[in-house]
Design a binder for this molecule. Sequence first.
Ligand SMILES: [Zn+2]
Length: 506
Amino acid sequence: MGKYTGPCKAADVAKGLCFGGIARRMAKIKEIRNKFPNHLLLDAGDQYQGSLWFIEYKGLAASYFMNLLGYDAMTLGNHEFDKGVDTLVPFFDNITFPVVTSNIDVTNEPRLQDRFNKSVVVEVGGERIGIVGYTTKTTPSISSPGPGVRFQDEIQSVRTEVQKLQAEGISIIIVLGHGGYKLDKKMAHDVEGIDVIVGGHSHTFLYTGDPPSIEKPDGEYPTIIEQANNTTVPDPDIIEELKDWKRPLQSLKQKVVGKTAVHLEGTNKECRLQECNLGNLVADSIVSYFAERNSAEDVWTEASVSLVNSGGIRAPIEKGNVTMEDVLTVMPFGNYIDVITIRGNVLMEVLSHSIESRDTLQPDGAFLQFSGIRVRYDTARQSGERVVDVSVRCQNCLVPRYEPIDRKALYKIAVSDFVISGGDGYDMLKNNENRSRFSGSPPHKPLSPLAEAVQSVLGEDSEVISDLEGGIDSSLISLLQPQDDVWRRFSCLSALATGRPPYEDT
Ligand SMILES: [Zn+2]
């Protein structure tokens, strides 16, 4: 990946400015293995979903290369369940290392029985080491494990397993966890007997000393240094192996679908805590897509509002040409766009859930980016009262304007099928009677309808300039998401001006 965590640009590849990747990791792993004869290679989950590799190979590239790297154990992340149990089963069929997670009950899911254990004991340098796994219990609301997979309390499950290992005489215990930095810290505090937690999920950058890239560490990392940096020379054997695997991906990587004149922010700290310009672009693209395809003469669009969960934005896009790979790296999940009709009071609940989910320590994907809504939040207020002021862009009109929200009025909203199914805790949108699916222009492969909407806007003649509107106070006290207007950006680029005050009429 590149320095902003998106795909590495060709120019940066030439300059050796890329990070991570399987070959660099292999080189680093070999280096550490040579230096320290007693070692373990562990993976904290979310291994296979989220890139072109998954779109092309499902979990099979991950299993192949993880086997090659020689993992000692892995735990399951929420994303391992994104395509349901059917896609997870072949991954289990192919891996040659143990999977551990202590809080998943598959009594009612025969396909996953005997696939993993709560823990595994490995011997390193004559010491027996217990490795206990756990997987975030929020998985059913952020992924698709299905009704047969039940998630239990993480801390209680880990504690029970640690005590069992201790009773067997195991004194060194590693927790391999997929619940995020905050939960790991609580677990380290609450559960006796844990020596080390190797955690995932929150993508928290822990590092001690001078950081290896422009990313600022969120905390210290005192024992093991995993962060690959650009001084790592990739492993030649893996590079050779990768050639065949990469061939089918080449056309996607190289296909330029548009151009952006600005850097499009897509990291968790940008899009999960405040308005971000890539969030605006995605949300505006959806509305733009509907407006362009609207055939009714008396209204300007079928859906004047779109909501985008920030967890659906996986990477930034660097200034310059935008490739198919960039789009699919931002939106790898294959989502559809559905349109629902909800009352203003439900929309208020949605916005309230968004601001309640905002967590500066562990930025949460439920925080929304949107188009067609201007909202003022006040995080200093009591929970449940933080949405202060909302305006909504009209839909049953010919000139789009923002109007104060009417709690009794009906609004047509375009949202990903994931969120409408209650994903990221948006239960108030579930079971919506007036749900219609926007199917895009088939065949979508490899683009989903959501990615297709963004690609179609990027592909317009002019360069995209996605900006942030003025007046955002991103301090903890007051957070404003004014949101701007799709037409200004895509049809009247010259009209764009930074610092436009929030409630200005369109
Ligand atoms: Zn995760």
